[in-house]
Design a protein around this ligand. Structure first.
Ligand code: NDP
Ligand code: HSE
Length: 435
């Protein structure tokens, strides 16, 4: 058993993988600076792992490794959770908070699914719960939304919060790769996991969107309330068409207020067309970027590395210093604020624009029939472009861009279009954002 030094803040690290190893490295490498910033030494008293026999980076002191995470939690002032997953992380963090220990976590899956339970436990115990690393890795985003903008009224948060899918879409755009080839490349580079589902299907982005929406709108938003579409249906053809119309395809997370009689919020994650001139179109590789729009502040943009061991560890350590300072100097960070308790509406309520790519019969009257369907659903057309289809001599490709309309009306339009005899098939439907 490791005995803490007098006056030291005892830190327990749960997990020693990609992020945990870098957290351990920073705790060792910056020991003196961290002590000066906190006002007391930070002492790493143990590291919980699944298997102590796994070969580790030399920075990890083998004497600190344990498989008894519960015992470790019970002798810490600050518990840093970078093990991931729902259980045993949730039980361990609730145990830490019940003891009054401060918690720092990077676990967006847990916060997105069961954040309120943890917030309530932290509140009840008067303990700190910090999670800067859970959204957009190194980018300071949670604190600005939770604290710096606490005096303003946030209306929208929109951005790229998943580095893996941004890398995949960027590769498809720049090299013309199909999705599965780009995912394989992302796996080879260590961005995508062996099972890429959480990233590719938008689960990771949806969890982050739920966390951001909860903070921005002082409302509890669970990941189950986030409309989620991943990028698995995006084809090289879609990407090429996007380029031809002056767009790139990005996986966006959007949380926005819907004002008026339906006052509430809509939170959605889906691939979208972004105009080439928009700053989000210039976010390449595995980088993240998020716009926050607030009434008084206007538009703010946050950009940087959203993943990776060292960048994520930077955000974790920032939280560790903050909560350790609270231990030394007294006080505590902000508690969860869900006073607004706004209803979370389905995506049908969102105001958005669509670009619909149809393959239609190339004969008189077809364009009029198509236009009639839009009119029936009260959707206004902004632009139409027609070209000869690459397959079928009597077919044409029709690209219709709409003005903003309720998502429900747009979806109903697409359903009816798909049933028109003159429509050979609906090639793709993408929302357009940032125009
Ligand atoms: P890894 O899979 O690389 O590491 C997980 C670590 O946790 C391993 O050391 C593992 O032990 C340990 N662990 C897992 N389950 C248990 C358990 N039941 N009991 C004890 N130890 C356990 O994950 P990452 O470092 O990539 O991610 C950690 C967290 O950080 C996740 O919540 C992730 O979402 C989040 N995050 C990750 C980012 C990244 O870029 N990687 C970016 C932002 C957030 P062992 O080594 O013995 O297998
Ligand atoms: N899988 C995540 C991503 C890691 O690609 O962004 C960071 O949360």
């Amino acid at each position: 058993m490791v005995v803490a030094h007098e006056g030291a803040v005892r830190v327990a690290l749960l997990g020693c993988g990609v992020v945990g190893t870098e957290v351990a490295r920073l705790l060792v490498a910056s020991q003196r600076d961290l002590a000066a910033r906190v006002g007391a030494p930070l002492e790493l008293v143990g590291i919980a792992v699944r298997d102590v026999e796994v070969p580790r980076d030399p920075v990890v002191d083998p004497a600190l490794l344990t498989t008894d995470a519960e015992a470790l939690v019970d002798r810490a002032d600050v518990v840093v959770e970078v093990m991931g997953g729902i259980e045993p992380a949730r039980t361990l963090l609730l145990r830490a908070l019940a003891r009054g220990a401060a918690v720092v976590t990077a676990n967006k899956a847990l916060l997105g699914q069961d954040g309120p339970t943890l917030y309530a436990a932290a509140d009840a115990a008067g303990a700190d719960l910090y999670f800067e690393a859970a959204v957009a890795g190194a980018i300071p985003l949670v604190r600005p939304v939770r604290e710096s903008l606490a005096g303003d009224r946030i209306t929208r948060v929109l951005g790229i919060v998943n580095g893996t899918t941004n890398y995949v879409l960027d590769q498809m755009t720049t090299t013309g790769l199909e999705l599965d080839q780009a995912v394989k490349q992302a796996q080879e580079l260590g961005y995508a996991e062996a099972d890429p589902t959480a990233d590719v299907e938008g689960f990771d982005a949806a969890a982050k969107a739920a966390i951001l929406a909860s903070l921005a709108f002082h409302t509890r938003v669970s990941v189950d309330e986030v409309h989620r579409e991943g990028i698995s249906s995006v084809t090289a053809d879609d990407v090429e068409w996007a380029g031809q119309t002056g767009h790139v395809i990005k996986l966006l997370a959007i949380a926005e207020r819907v004002d008026g009689p339906d006052d509430g919020v809509v939170v959605r994650v889906h691939p979208a067309l972004v105009p080439l001139g928009h700053p989000l179109a210039g976010v390449h590789g595995a980088f993240n970027a998020v716009f926050v729009e607030a009434e008084a502040a206007g538009e703010l943009m946050f950009y940087g590395r959203g993943a990776g061991g060292a960048p994520t560890a930077s955000a974790v350590l920032g939280d560790v210093v903050t909560v350790a300072r609270h231990r030394v100097l007294g006080g505590k960070g902000p508690v969860e604020s869900s006073y607004a308790d706004l209803p979370v509406h389905p995506v049908a309520q969102a105001l958005t624009r669509y670009q619909i790519h149809l393959r239609v019969a190339d004969r008189p009257g077809v364009l009029a029939q198509v236009a009639q369907v839009f009119s029936t659903h009260g959707v206004s057309i902004e632009a139409v472009r027609q070209g000869r289809a690459s397959v079928g001599a009597d077919l044409a490709d029709l690209l219709v861009v709409t003005h903003a309309a309720r998502d429900a009306a747009l979806a109903a339009t697409v359903t009816e279009l798909a049933g028109l005899p003159a429509v050979d098939n609906v090639q793709s439907v993408l929302r357009v954002e940032g125009a």
